[in-house]
Design a protein around this ligand. Structure first.
Ligand code: 13P
Length: 252
């Protein structure tokens, strides 16, 4: 049985005081039961403080972005080694907001994925189609292309220490959720694409769903055989909302 991962992507939200309160609430309310892991991904300036605050708790810390470069003259960028240095264990790469608003290509995303792994950080690779792509019947080919870019660059073995997140762009921040069946169809496709290269690795990789996941719909999504957790935006900003999803992810 794969461990589940419930990851909060705080995006560009929060403050020192708000984060402190949110984290205290999450740490105090971690549900009983096992088989799941909690992760929070705050903005860069708060990473160190959050890493210190979660010490000794069941909560892990990840970043929302990382440079594909190792070090040097890249003003404003943050390297994987820096993230590892302060205790970050995960990083989100290829979020659709970065692909769309900052023109990140699938090839750049692949380079970030590799840079993270080189520093011992687990990348959470986001893939997902827009509404236009879905309506044009292109979901399968879009996901396949985004995943192939990373598979070609990093190889299948890299997925032994990586997480994939399927985030349909039309379900992000819109309140619209993919139905469990719609999500499962894509998750299954992702696992099959990895499985063509290595069945064992494909079987072990965690595939998260992201896109308006909340307490009310989490159990239905998590009941699907290829959905191993969530990458949560809005509902990760309130301890009770995030914990409701964690509760749905807890396995006996
Ligand atoms: P929402 O949960 O707010 O739809 O955001 C999903 C997301 O983008 C997580 O990375």
């Amino acid at each position: 049985m794969r461990e589940r991962l419930v990851a909060g992507n705080w995006k560009m939200n929060g403050s020192s005081a708000a984060n402190q309160e949110l984290l205290a609430g999450i740490i105090a309310g971690v549900p009983a039961g096992g088989g799941f892991r909690l992760l929070v991904c705050p903005p860069f300036p708060y990473l160190s403080t959050v890493c210190a605050q979660v010490q000794g708790s069941a909560v892990k810390v990840g970043a929302q972005n990382v440079s594909e470069h190792e070090s040097g003259a890249f003003t404003g960028e943050v390297s994987s080694r820096m993230l590892a240095d302060i205790g970050c264990e995960y990083v989100i790469v290829g979020h659709s907001e970065r692909r769309a608003m900052y023109d990140e290509s699938s090839f750049q995303v692949a380079a970030k994925f590799q840079a993270a792994q080189a520093a011992g950080i687990t990348p959470i690779l986001c893939v997902g189609e827009t509404l236009e792509e879905r309506e044009a019947g292109a979901t399968e080919s879009v996901i396949e292309f985004q995943l192939s870019a990373v598979l070609d660059a990093a190889g299948i073995k890299a997925f032994a220490s990586a997480v994939v997140a399927y985030e349909p762009v039309w379900a992000i921040g819109t309140g619209k959720t993919a139905s469990p069946e719609q999500a499962q169809e894509v998750h299954k496709q992702i696992r099959a694409q990895l499985g063509h290269k290595d069945v064992d690795i494909a079987d072990r990789v965690q595939i998260l769903y992201g896109g308006s996941m909340k307490g009310e719909n989490a159990a239905g999504l998590l009941a699907m055989p290829d959905i191993d957790g969530g990458l949560i935006g809005g509902a990760s900003l309130k301890a009770n909302d995030f914990l409701a999803i964690a509760q749905a992810a807890a396995q006996d």
